[in-house]
Design a protein around this ligand. Structure first.
Ligand SMILES: *[C@@H]1O[C@H](CO)[C@@H](O)[C@H](O)[C@H]1NC(C)=O
Ligand SMILES: *[C@@H]1O[C@H](CO)[C@@H](O)[C@H](O)[C@H]1NC(C)=O
Ligand SMILES: *[C@@H]1O[C@H](CO)[C@@H](O)[C@H](O)[C@H]1NC(C)=O
Ligand SMILES: *[C@@H]1O[C@H](CO)[C@@H](O)[C@H](O)[C@H]1NC(C)=O
Ligand SMILES: *[C@@H]1O[C@H](CO)[C@@H](O)[C@H](O)[C@H]1NC(C)=O
Ligand SMILES: *[C@@H]1O[C@H](CO)[C@@H](O)[C@H](O)[C@H]1NC(C)=O
Ligand SMILES: *[C@@H]1O[C@H](CO)[C@@H](O)[C@H](O)[C@H]1NC(C)=O
Ligand SMILES: *[C@@H]1O[C@H](CO)[C@@H](O)[C@H](O)[C@H]1NC(C)=O
Ligand SMILES: *[C@@H]1O[C@H](CO)[C@@H](O)[C@H](O)[C@H]1NC(C)=O
Ligand SMILES: *[C@@H]1O[C@H](CO)[C@@H](O)[C@H](O)[C@H]1NC(C)=O
Length: 746
């Protein structure tokens, strides 16, 4: 569907019918944004699972994303599912990944006649033929019964949703704000709690305000900060442009007409409009600080009188500023849809969490000055998403690091160092590694400045040393003495061992870049290089978990979201060492063939992502070129099921994007990339803040997988490894492609 053209037609139609005459806006042209298909990754009915992506409107890195609500979302269910036939409102959501659940949603529900507040009652039919779905603007016709239609339009800035409803004439239209709802615990739909909140109506200001304590991740909050996170609240202020003819509060299905306040569970409030009112604009400011801050967020981002077209124009311009930086030649329409949708996905996380120069911290339950981000998911995103952000959002990277360091300072009292995997305002879910170390090291190695390096070193260093608390489970006991995490003491022991070893490597790079004493650098480096191979079982040729005693704990024990096949390749910082253990290059290549041909590569989960690139590090670059193309074709396409695995805060898409350019950060903290097989004839990249473009020319690439030769700025590159400095300031990368296997890169 040509969503953009439809949008222009519809936008001008609604301008014509509105009573006010808003100025005509020039909508910035953007071939890139017009190729984004927000439904890619929403269809989940495949054996490979779902990307869990929703067709939301918001600018890059937005604090709150807005989406038509077809489902009450929880850990395994998204708020929008394209298989649905009814829409139950428009939801401001903070669910960055399908599996972690929601926190403090607010839902805006239009209706006619009797007020319906319960999710099951308020759904209005729609046909997907009436939907226009873009990153900055969404519209749909809702069937309000008796032949009446409500036209609903949606756009958003980072902290404010902007909705406009066109109601049929002379009907008793209302808009309801849902503050609290039933909340499913984990992914068991019958396991329900009733989070509490508040609501207030101010007819003079034409505002409905409220709060919501829903936070589905509370079940995994460590007890050490639970007393603080208990106070978590999301706040909202919905401001209307039409006077209220009447209003009321609804609680658990019972309506109190004329009431102006309410507290508790299952809480909503509505405003009804005069029969002459056919168009209602509502802007909903969202805050983690207070209702007043939510109100200020409206004033700061979408001032009174600003038309929806202007909000949508601004948000479109914000996407265009990023996505138009890459121009593709030799890409089909479907290729462009996959590519630019992936780009759109990678620039959603981590997301902003500061408001008006302040932010709420769930770790100490205080409001602090400064910027803040959340939704890092480091265990996934340290692989390639972070490297992508260093290229395309370098202006945000220092604040993203500072934000991690703030978390570190705010929870000094607990046993956490830098959180390992924060996905939410107060959720330091410790996934198995401490990959914040890698994020910081990679940024420093790649020359990012603008954050407190001393504090960064202090925080990262505590992850890798035993300072009275143990950030890495098992670090101070068997790992320190013997090099592995004991399987009879800690869960996921083998994955932990390999992750810690990589994080030690990252720390050694950081120490080196910061000029720390040589014995510190070499100490970390030694542990990084020896620890992984304490798990290498010579008898089987695979990594294997071990008990504290040294006894092998079994080939299937100790793994996280992967198995011995994928994890045996998980020594990204010492592939030569791994090659040696697996008997040299030829034997290593054979083990990669066995992995792929045996169906063990599971690209829908992260531990497999770097594996196709390992051939190139063992003298078989042409096999990397083949596998990368196969994986891209099998796991990415431009349909709703075109993302085989959970997007995981951008990592699935970052794999595709780097692969399409022709290189991938196998060992992120090294500042190196391994060369694969570029997909398109030519890619032109206008890097942020750089005068020189990065062009990647690979004439014939769409039909020719193989690399015959490579030059960068005219200099021949003979090996399949390039360094960040060779391309980061802009460069001419020239691939000579071939349709038969070549010996290049041996
Ligand atoms: C949408 O609903 C279908 C059918 O119930 C389900 O299989 C799929 O996983 C859902 N998709 C998402 C993204 O929730
Ligand atoms: C639109 O809905 C129809 C039926 O309701 C369905 O067959 C079709 O797949 C949907 N299209 C998209 C793009 O979701
Ligand atoms: C539809 O019309 C019938 C008959 O006039 C009326 O009773 C009913 O309330 C209307 N329904 C809605 C949703 O307006
Ligand atoms: C509901 O979830 C909680 C938290 O995980 C758990 O303790 C409880 O046993 C679950 N109850 C049911 C009925 O599944
Ligand atoms: C809602 O009302 C029903 C029926 O009166 C009652 O059984 C239920 O406990 C109430 N729920 C809450 C969360 O108050
Ligand atoms: C490893 O430890 C577990 C838990 O104590 C024990 O059940 C298992 O037998 C041990 N394995 C070996 C090979 O000693
Ligand atoms: C595996 O073999 C290497 C040499 O090939 C040897 O140094 C090492 O001790 C062996 N490890 C085990 C656990 O047997
Ligand atoms: C293995 O291949 C790599 C990459 O081509 C090469 O650098 C290395 O020297 C090879 N090792 C041996 C032992 O041939
Ligand atoms: C699932 O993914 C594998 C590769 O990981 C691919 O070969 C297969 O075609 C995919 N299946 C579906 C139904 O998408
Ligand atoms: C690629 O290399 C071949 C063989 O060296 C050469 O004939 C051809 O002109 C090159 N193509 C380009 C586009 O440079």
């Amino acid at each position: 569907m040509s969503g953009f053209l439809t949008w222009i037609l519809i936008a001008s139609a609604s301008i014509a019918s509105a009573s006010k005459s808003p100025p005509t806006f020039s909508i910035p042209p953007s071939d890139a944004v017009d190729h984004v298909r927000p439904l890619i990754g929403n269809g989940g009915d495949t054996p490979n699972g779902s990307g869990g992506m929703i067709p939301s409107t918001a600018p890059p890195f937005a604090m709150t994303r807005w989406v038509a609500q077809t489902h009450e979302n929880y850990v395994s269910v998204t708020p929008y599912n394209l298989t649905a036939s009814t829409i139950h409102g428009f939801q401001g959501t903070h669910q960055p990944a399908i599996w972690m659940g929601e926190s403090a949603p607010v839902v805006v529900v239009p209706g006619i006649g009797q007020v319906k507040s319960a999710f099951a009652d308020r759904g209005l039919g729609f046909s997907n033929a009436s939907e226009v779905i873009t990153p900055s603007y969404y519209r749909v016709d809702l069937d309000a019964g008796n032949g009446s239609t409500i036209l609903a339009e949606q756009s958003a800035t980072s902290r404010v949703g902007h909705l406009r409803f066109a109601f049929p004439k002379e009907q008793s239209a209302y808009v309801l704000l849902e503050a609290t709802r039933p909340s499913v615990i984990t992914s068991t739909p019958t396991n329900i709690t009733y989070p509490s909140g508040s609501i207030a109506i101010d007819p003079a200001r034409r505002e409905i305000t409220g709060s919501n304590s829903e936070r589905q991740d509370w079940i995994i909050t460590p007890t050490s900060i639970a007393t603080n996170t208990r106070h978590f609240r999301g706040y909202f202020c919905a401001r209307f442009d039409a006077p209220f003819a009447s209003y009321g509060v609804v609680q658990n299905g019972s309506e109190s007409a004329g009431a102006t306040t309410g507290n508790g569970a299952l809480l909503s409030a509505y405003a009804r409009f005069g029969a002459g009112t056919t168009t209602v604009n509502v802007r909903i400011g969202v805050s983690f600080i207070s209702v007043d801050q939510a109100r200020r967020n409206i004033d700061a981002e979408i001032a009174d009188g600003v038309a929806l077209e202007e909000t949508a124009r601004q948000t479109r311009a914000a996407w265009a500023e990023k996505l138009d930086r890459i121009t593709l030649e030799g890409a089909s329409e479907a290729d462009k849809e996959v590519f630019y949708t992936a780009f759109f996905h990678t620039l959603q996380y981590p997301y902003e969490q500061d408001e008006g120069g302040h932010y709420y911290s769930g770790y100490d339950n205080q409001v602090h000055e400064g910027k803040s981000y959340t939704g890092y998911s480091n265990w996934d995103t340290f692989r390639a998403e972070w490297a992508w952000l260093i290229f395309f959002a370098p202006e945000r990277v220092p604040a993203m690091i500072t934000s991690m360091l703030q978390d570190y300072q705010e929870k000094r009292i607990s046993w956490y160092g830098i959180h390992a995997c924060r996905r939410r305002v107060a959720e330091p879910l410790p996934q198995v590694g401490t990959h914040a170390d890698s994020l910081i090291a990679e940024a420093v190695v790649k020359g990012i400045k603008g954050f407190d390096m001393d504090l960064a070193w202090e925080a990262a260093c505590k992850d890798g040393t035993n300072v009275g608390y143990e950030v890495r489970a098992g670090l101070s006991s068997v790992y320190a003495e013997k090099g592995w995490v004991a399987d009879d003491v800690h869960s996921e022991s083998a994955s932990r061992t390999l992750d810690y070893a990589y994080d030690d490597y990252a720390l050694s790079r950081l120490a080196d870049a910061l000029g720390k004493p040589a014995h510190i650098v070499s100490g970390l480096q030694n542990r990084a290089m020896t620890a992984p191979f304490t798990l290498y079982n010579n008898e089987t040729g695979f990594m294997e978990a071990r008990n504290a005693s040294g006894a092998w704990a079994g080939p299937d024990n100790g793994w996280t979201e992967g198995d011995k096949w994928a994890y045996t390749f998980d020594v990204v910082h010492d592939i030569p060492g791994l090659v040696q253990h697996r008997g040299g290059n030829a034997s290593f290549v054979a083990s990669l063939d066995a992995h792929f041909d045996g169906g063990h590569n599971d690209h829908s989960n992260e531990p497999s992502h770097h594996i196709p690139y390992l051939y190139a590090l063992a003298g078989a670059a042409s096999k990397t070129q083949e596998r990368v193309r196969e994986i891209a074709a099998a796991n990415y396409n431009s349909t709703p099921t075109g993302l085989s695995g959970n997007e995981d805060c951008g990592q699935m898409s970052a794999w595709y994007l780097f692969s399409a350019l022709g290189f991938y950060p196998v060992n992120p903290a090294s500042g190196e990339y391994v060369v694969g097989s570029p997909f398109f004839d030519k890619v032109t990249i206008r890097l942020p803040g750089r005068a020189t473009a990065l062009t990647i020319t690979a004439a014939g690439a769409p039909l020719a997988n193989y690399v015959r030769s490579l030059t960068i700025d005219g200099r021949a590159v003979g090996s399949a490894v390039i360094r960040h400095e060779q391309i980061a300031e802009g460069a001419e990368v020239l691939f000579n492609m071939s349709d038969v296997q070549e010996t290049w890169g041996k």
